[in-house]
Ligand binder design. Structure first.
Ligand code: FAD
Length: 460
């Protein structure tokens, strides 16, 4: 049911007219996310406080208006798309770093703080917030918490969940809840914090995030290992762990990804290679020198034809820029992208890579694979033109095959992008009926009227 002018008038009373947008031109900017799909909302509001979020959640619950929370809209699975119209809650204006406690190594932020801004703020104080999604320069701390974002450094430091100590959030109906602790530990009651982190904006709107911090490592060394066979690059990952080396990043890029990146940026990546690994170690300068040397040896033993040290000023930054630009760079291969982020046990990466290669050969699809190989987390991208029905059917069949193989290897369908709307049709491949019933029961407990981010996660 379309929203009424009386409803908009009530929003105007809460927010003032300038923070309530209903013009199509304004709504268009909140209709998309990283999937490239479009679903315009009927109204967008820009809260500046938890109290305002509470008021609008109470109003929407009472009127049955769907609410879609939104950070920066960089999500890869359609989580911030307002599928049923209704109201988008744009949290980008709640962007204050509320505290950085240097002695307790904790911080509190509002949800709209951009992740890279927060990282820079703590680094100025000699502290470290490790979660670093490739989108850190744009994505928000609230969006990262809602998706349980990962990133290259997860291989050593873990994902967003491992840093969130507690949350302030608003549930449908308007009640403000506070979960977790600000202490180093806490086990009182069920762990609502871990339930909300990764809940993709379907249970509550996060209005503040308490995180823990680490001391900033004194030194970092970056290596680029170049391979003529992608199986050797894939096999190096488990070999590094077997050698006792805990890299802080182990990123994989196959030839299609390298070519796309070079077309986009000309960063000097070897486009004649079958694959490269981008490795990083950190710690005190002495251990970093030793570990970088050992990592380089392991790569060579596993048939790397060359291992480049990017230790001169600016070199590592260029490599990371090339890696982080891959997502947009791939659009040179096709106007539409199917973007999966499967995870397999590290020892199974060579089998997964071989499977993807087999699908590429059989189908002729434009496949490019890159990702956080240290976690077994591979971003498998199929670039295509969806207006071609044969290409669309082939891509869908390839996704089915990749998902089945991932699960057969003991993996999971998403390491960090979540289910949202794009993966929802496949949810029941991984989640059994009893677990699904429990999840739906939890959703119903938080949101009995189903107003918060409807149409996400659960297959319709
Ligand atoms: C180039 C690129 C690289 C990327 N690299 C990575 C990567 O390395 N690792 C990774 O994990 N992801 C990555 N992503 C995906 C994406 O950036 C993350 O999922 C990120 O956490 C989304 O943050 P956002 O602020 O853009 O949230 P949005 O896209 O706006 O929202 C994402 C979801 O969170 C919900 N949400 C947002 N804010 C709140 C809130 N305050 N309360 C409740 N729910 C909320 C939304 O409803 C939606 O379901 C990448 C994306 C791009 C475009």
């Amino acid at each position: 049911m379309p929203i009424s002018s009386a409803f908009v008038a009530e929003l105007n009373r809460i927010f003032g007219k300038e923070r309530v947008k209903t013009r199509p031109g304004d709504l268009a900017a909140y209709a998309y996310d990283g999937t490239g799909r479009e679903h315009p909302p009927e109204v967008v509001v820009f809260p500046e406080s938890t109290a305002e979020v509470s008021k609008v959640m109470a109003l929407c619950d009472e009127r049955g208006v769907p609410v879609t929370p939104r950070g920066a809209g960089t999500g890869m699975t359609g989580g911030s798309l307002p599928l049923s119209g209704g109201l988008v809650l744009a949290l980008s204006g709640m962007d204050r770093i509320l505290s950085i406690d240097e002695r307790n190594l904790t911080a509190k932020v509002e949800p709209g703080v951009v992740t890279a801004d927060f990282q820079a703020a703590v680094e100025e104080k000699g502290l470290f917030y490790p979660p670093d999604p490739g989108s850190a320069a744009f994505s928000t701390m609230g969006g990262n918490a809602a998706e349980c974002a990962g990133g290259p450094r997860a291989v050593k430091y873990g994902v967003t969940r491992d840093y969130v100590l507690g949350l302030e959030a608003v549930i449908p109906g308007g009640a403000v809840i506070r979960t977790g602790v600000i202490t180093a530990k806490g086990v009182v009651g069920y762990d609502l914090t871990r339930l909300l982190v990764g809940s993709e904006g379907t249970l509550a709107v996060i209005t503040a995030v308490n995180v823990r911090l680490l001391p900033l490592p004194a030194a970092v060394s970056t290596l680029c290992a170049v391979y003529d066979r992608m199986e050797d690059a894939a096999g190096t990952v488990a070999a590094l762990f077997a050698a006792g080396i805990v890299c802080r990043a182990i990123e994989y890029m196959d030839r299609a990804a390298l070519l796309a990146s070079e077309t986009h940026l000309s960063a000097g990546l070897p486009t004649d290679a079958a694959a490269v690994l981008l490795l990083e170690v950190d710690g005190d300068p002495e251990s970093v020198r030793r570990e970088a040397g050992l990592a380089s040896e392991v790569c060579r033993k596993n048939a790397a034809r060359e291992v480049i040290s990017a230790d001169r000023p600016g070199e590592a930054a260029i490599l990371w820029k090339a890696r982080k630009s891959l997502s947009p760079a791939l659009y040179a291969l096709g106007p539409d992208k199917v973007n999966e982020d499967i995870v397999v046990p590290r020892t199974k990466i060579p089998e997964m890579v071989a499977k993807i290669e087999d699908i590429r050969r059989r189908t002729g699809l434009a496949l490019a694979t890159f990702g956080h190989a240290g976690d077994g987390n591979m971003h498998v991208n199929i670039m295509l033109d969806r207006s071609d029905p044969a290409a669309a059917a082939a891509a869908d069949a390839a996704v089915d095959e990749i998902f089945d193989y991932t699960l057969a290897l003991g993996g999971t369908l998403s390491g960090e992008h979540g289910v949202g709307v794009t993966k929802s049709p496949w949810l029941t491949k991984e989640i059994g009926p009893s677990e699904l019933a429990l999840m739906k029961g939890i959703k119903n407990l938080f949101d009995p009227k189903g107003i918060l981010n409807p149409g996400k996660i659960f297959p319709s």
